[in-house]
Design a protein around this ligand. Structure first.
Ligand code: 0X9
Ligand code: ZN
Ligand code: ZN
Length: 305
């Protein structure tokens, strides 16, 4: 059974996707953007008041990496909060009136399912190719942004295997196609990972600063301050290459180079005590504080449309 304060397995997330979208049809709709390698449907939830015209939008994904369980928990929390605070929270109401928010609750569904059923620390997709017995590629090394040039491995057995070519992973191709199709309306790209308490922005494939570096940094620092205001959780913000490590093929760099200016990677709690095994008791506080950061970014984007 589904719970916002538990780490739901894929079957429970899937039934939640169906029930949440059918019971709030005035504010939410769903769209399958393709299937995973193992054939599971990838569903994007579109949140926002419905109008006859096209609205500017934000795209957010969770669960690129299978073992980062707090990430899908946050996407589910975000959907719940959006639906339950629309009409009472003035910022959420204004956001969903003016913009749409596309949420992909679990990007790497096959990997996520595998961490529940077989191996808790799995990171990659579950694709197979002739030529190696090793399974999967790192979806966050498989985007076409300086692909496989730094911080990625060409060894199929590595946890950071970049894949056989950019977008070789069907999950990456499905998301990239969706973002390309909606490029003209997308104003922000948010991708949720764990752990380390960082708010990262481009670039990670190069040490060069992004053209919008100072604005991206200013917004990240505002978002981190908003997050910290709730429980004192400290985040560090900066470009990926210098703040975490250089690593090419990431979704944030790819979205940014496509033209989605406000492109951010969140690394949620904690800083290593529990790491990927963050206790369920921390789901609620982590999600509540992260809401403040996401809403800060959304408000900034909305103000600067
Ligand atoms: O290495 C990653 O993909 C991310 N860290 S994680 O521990 N969740 O695996 C950081 C991604 C930063 N952005 C890029 N490298 N493009
Ligand atoms: Zn990750
Ligand atoms: Zn709340």
């Amino acid at each position: 059974v589904h719970s916002y304060t538990k780490y739901n397995n894929w079957d429970n997330v899937q039934s939640w996707i169906n029930s949440v979208s059918s019971s709030n049809s005035d504010l939410i709709s769903k769209q399958v953007i393709g299937n995973t390698y193992e054939g599971r449907p990838m569903t994007v939830l579109k949140l926002g008041k419905k109008y006859s015209f096209t609205k500017p939008a934000i795209f957010m994904d969770c669960g690129i990496h299978a073992r980062e369980w707090i990430s899908p928990a946050f996407c589910q929390w975000f959907v719940k909060e959006a639906l339950s605070t629309y009409g009472s929270d003035s910022q959420m109401t204004s956001l969903l009136n003016q913009m749409d928010v596309f949420v992909l609750p679990v990007f790497n569904i096959d990997g996520y399912d595998y961490t529940h059923k077989r191996s808790r620390m799995w990171r990659k997709t579950r694709s197979r190719t002739s030529g190696s017995n090793c399974i999967g590629a790192d979806p966050n090394r498989n985007f076409n942004a300086g692909w496989c040039t730094t911080g990625a491995s060409s060894n199929p057995c590595s946890d950071t295997f970049c894949g056989y070519r950019p977008e070789s992973e069907i999950e990456v191709k499905n998301v990239a196609d969706f973002i390309r199709r909606n490029k003209s309306v997308l104003k922000a790209y948010l991708t949720i990972h764990s752990y380390s308490q960082l708010l990262l922005f481009p670039y990670s494939y190069t040490f060069q600063l992004a053209a919008d570096h100072s604005e991206l940094l200013k917004v990240a620092e505002g978002a981190s301050a908003a997050l910290r205001s709730l429980y004192g959780t400290r985040y560090t913000s900066g470009p990926g290459a210098t703040t975490i490590y250089p690593a090419a093929g990431g979704s944030d760099d790819w979205a940014y180079d496509l033209g989605v200016k406000y492109s951010y990677t969140f690394e949620l709690r904690d800083t290593g005590r529990y790491g990927f095994l963050l206790p369920e008791s921390q789901i609620k506080p982590t999600c509540e504080e992260t809401m403040l950061a996401v809403k800060y970014i959304a408000a900034y984007v909305q103000k600067n449309l």
